[in-house]
Design a protein around this ligand. Structure first.
Ligand code: DX5
Ligand code: ZN
Length: 227
C-alpha cells in the first residue's frame, strides 16, 4: 500500500481549508497535519480546534502528527477533533504503550514518530501494537528542510524488521520527500509519503500531487500482482 499525504505546514495558513481542498482535488490519500507546541519543538502551529474545523471541510482522512510534550494530555482532544490517524513522538511519551492503547481504543490508527537520532530498536516492544511508524527524515519543527541521508538505512531496516516479524505497520516518511526521491523511498519500504514544501511550495500543488499519486499507483500495481 502506497499513499500520498500532503502536509499543510507549507500552505498559506490564512487559507488552510483551500489547501485541504487542493489535496482532495489532486486525489491525495490523506492530509497530514503538524501540531507543534513550542516545547517539544520550538515552533507553535495549531491545536485540536483547527483539526475539528478542517474535519468538517473534507472527506479525506486526517493524519495528525503530534510534536508535543506529554502527548497523553493531548491525545483525547485530537481523537475528539476527528483525527483518523494519530501519531506522537516516542521521545515525548512517558507511557508509550498506554498512549497507543488510547488511540486504538477509539478505533483510530495509532502511530509512533521517531526523530532522526532515535534508534529503531526503542520501538521493539510495541512494534506489534502499531498501525504506522513515522520515520522523521529531518529534525521536526520546520518544513522545507533537507532530507537526512543516513535515515534511508533506517527506513530499509524497519521495513525488513516488520517483514521478518510478519507485522502490518505501515511506514510513513516525514521530511524532505519530493517527486525526485519518491520512487527510491517507496523502493526502500516507505508506504506513506508525507510531502509539505514539495507540494505547497510548488507552482501547481494539484498537478504535483497528481504526479506523486501516479508514482504511488505504479507501486501499488507492481506489488499487488499475484505470483
Ligand atoms: C516537520 C513536519 C513535516 C513537514 C515536512 O517537522 O513534521 O510534516 O511538513 O515538510 P517538508 O515536506 O517540507 O520537509
Ligand atoms: Zn509531520
Amino acid at each position: 500500500m502506497y499513499f500520498i499525504a500532503p502536509s499543510i505546514l507549507s500552505a498559506d495558513f490564512s487559507r488552510l481549508a483551500e489547501a485541504v481542498a487542493l489535496a482532495e482535488k489532486g486525489q491525495a490519500d490523506m492530509v497530514h497535519l503538524d501540531v507543534m507546541d513550542g516545547h517539544f519543538v520550538p515552533n507553535i502551529t495549531f491545536g485540536h480546534q483547527l483539526v475539528a474545523a478542517l474535519r468538517e471541510k473534507t472527506r479525506l482522512p486526517l493524519n495528525v502528527h503530534l510534536m508535543v510534550d506529554n502527548p497523553a494530555r493531548m491525545i483525547p482532544l485530537f481523537l475528539e477533533a476527528g483525527a483518523d490517524w494519530l501519531s506522537f513522538h516516542l521521545e515525548a511519551s512517558a507511557h508509550v504503550h498506554k498512549d497507543l492503547e488510547t488511540i486504538k481504543q477509539a478505533g483510530r490508527k495509532a502511530g509512533l514518530a521517531l526523530n532522526p537520532a532515535t534508534p529503531l530498536e526503542l520501538m521493539s516492544e510495541v512494534l506489534e501494537d502499531l498501525d504506522f511508524v513515522v520515520i522523521m527524515t529531518v529534525n521536526p519543527g520546520w518544513g522545507g528542510q533537507k532530507f537526512i541521508p543516513a535515515t534511508r538505512n533506517k527506513i530499509q531496516r524497519l521495513s525488513r524488521w516488520l517483514a521478518e516479524r510478519g507485522l502490518p505497520a505501515l511506514i510513513a516518511v516525514d521530511g524532505g520527500v519530493k517527486l525526485d526521491n519518491l520512487a527510491a523511498l517507496f523502493e526502500l519500504g516507505m508506504n506513506i509519503a508525507i510531502c509539505g514544501s514539495s507540494v505547497y511550495g510548488s507552482q501547481d500543488p494539484v498537478a504535483t500531487i497528481q504526479k506523486m499519486k501516479a508514482v504511488a499507483e505504479e507501486f501499488n500495481r507492481k506489488y499487488s500482482r499475484k505470483p
